[in-house]
Design a protein around this ligand. Structure first.
Ligand SMILES: Nc1ncnc2c1ncn2[C@@H]1O[C@H](COP(=O)(O)OP(=O)(O)OP(=O)(O)O)[C@@H](O)[C@H]1O
Ligand SMILES: N[C@@H](CCO)C(=O)O
Length: 318
């Protein structure tokens, strides 16, 4: 169901020669994923992932794919895009942009322990540092300007207490974004969607981050807040699990020490990370795109997380 653009082995055999991967031997559609058509492909040089982009254009894709190339070249574990003989990594296939990237070994870890959270924290810090000198700049397209646009669109669908929470949190986040503390936060390219289903593990060994298609420039702390809000919580209640939070924060800090401003911004940023996904899930729930085929994620999950973060202080960064 999640292969929107079919690609046959014959199509691949015709298309793949400029990539110097030898002959294409097999292709299998990947059923999970709702944005793009993804395939595992076998070639004479090994196994790779082929993505045909259904929504992103030739103009939009360089930010994401060049960022992955930049990170892979610096030893951050991410899928490395494969260039053709002209050094192009985005090429048309059935009229849509497509790319081949290296395959990450293993599976997603959907019930993470502190050891997994530590591995994610350390790699996230390494990724932030390695992306600092990436030359293409694109803002986080799901940042404050998008919240401002989206909050009034989804608010009418909420009951009174939800409307109140959304109003209060938007006001809180506007003030936070205008503060001196916020201005002092280090920023750069971030993943911005580093949930459990976007990281691969081979046993307890992290094998890579993937699905960079919400990446953009934002504060490093926002990226960490989004990650903690998914990896380090009890999914039923949204409560933080202190052992997992500590493991992730300590591992991050050991690679890229936190600043004083970041400590001051930590609680508001956890709320920002929850608000961002509450809004996008509300939008997808109440205003689904015409071709939407899958059940939207539950917005209530991030409303619970937001209420938790407002009511209970999180552990300090360091
Ligand atoms: N480089 C990779 N190596 C190994 N497996 C991959 C790789 N890229 C994607 N996959 C597999 O394909 C599945 C779908 O990929 P992905 O999550 O990027 O889909 P999508 O449609 O782009 O996004 P979404 O998660 O928003 O639905 C992943 O869950 C993973 O199992
Ligand atoms: N991680 C997002 C989905 C978009 O990748 C969510 O859980 O709402």
């Amino acid at each position: 169901m999640a292969v929107f653009t079919p690609v046959t082995l014959d199509d691949l055999i015709q298309w793949i020669p400029p990539f110097s991967l030898g002959k294409a031997l097999a292709i299998r559609g990947i059923s999970s994923g709702i944005e793009n058509s993804n395939f595992f492909i076998d070639t004479e040089r090994g196994e790779y992932v082929l993505t045909v982009f259904e929504n992103l254009s030739f103009e939009q894709l360089p930010f994401y794919l060049e960022l992955m190339r930049h990170l892979a070249q610096r030893g951050v574990l991410v899928p490395a895009p494969i260039a053709n003989q002209q050094d192009q990594i985005i090429n048309p296939l059935h009229g849509k942009p497509a790319a081949i990237v290296t395959k990450l070994e293993g599976d997603c870890q959907m019930a993470p322990a502190p050891v997994h959270c530590a591995a994610v924290g350390a790699m996230l810090a390494k990724m932030h540092l390695a992306a600092q000198d990436f030359s293409i700049r694109q803002p986080n397209l799901r940042g404050l300007p998008w919240w401002r646009e989206t909050a009034p669109v989804v608010r009418p669908y909420l009951p009174a207490d939800g409307q109140q929470l959304l109003r209060d949190e938007m006001a809180f986040q506007e003030a936070f974004a205008a503060s001196d503390t916020y201005r002092q936060l280090p920023n750069g390219p971030v993943h911005a969607d580093l949930f459990r289903n976007n990281v691969m593990f081979n046993g307890n060994q992290l094998s890579g981050f993937f699905d960079f298609y919400f990446a953009g420039c934002d504060t490093w702390l926002f990226d960490l807040a989004v990650t903690v809000n998914d990896w380090c919580i009890d999914l039923a209640t949204g409560k933080l699990d202190i052992a997992r939070v500590r493991a992730m924060l300590d591992a991050y800090h050991a690679v890229r020490p936190f600043s004083v401003a970041e400590q001051a911004a930590w609680q508001p940023m956890l709320r920002a990370g929850a608000l961002r996904f509450w809004l996008s899930r509300l939008y997808d729930f109440y205003l689904p795109r015409a071709a939407e085929m899958l059940t939207p994620h539950d917005p209530g999950h991030f409303e619970r997380i937001l209420r938790q973060r407002v009511a209970h202080p999180a552990p300090n960064l360091y």
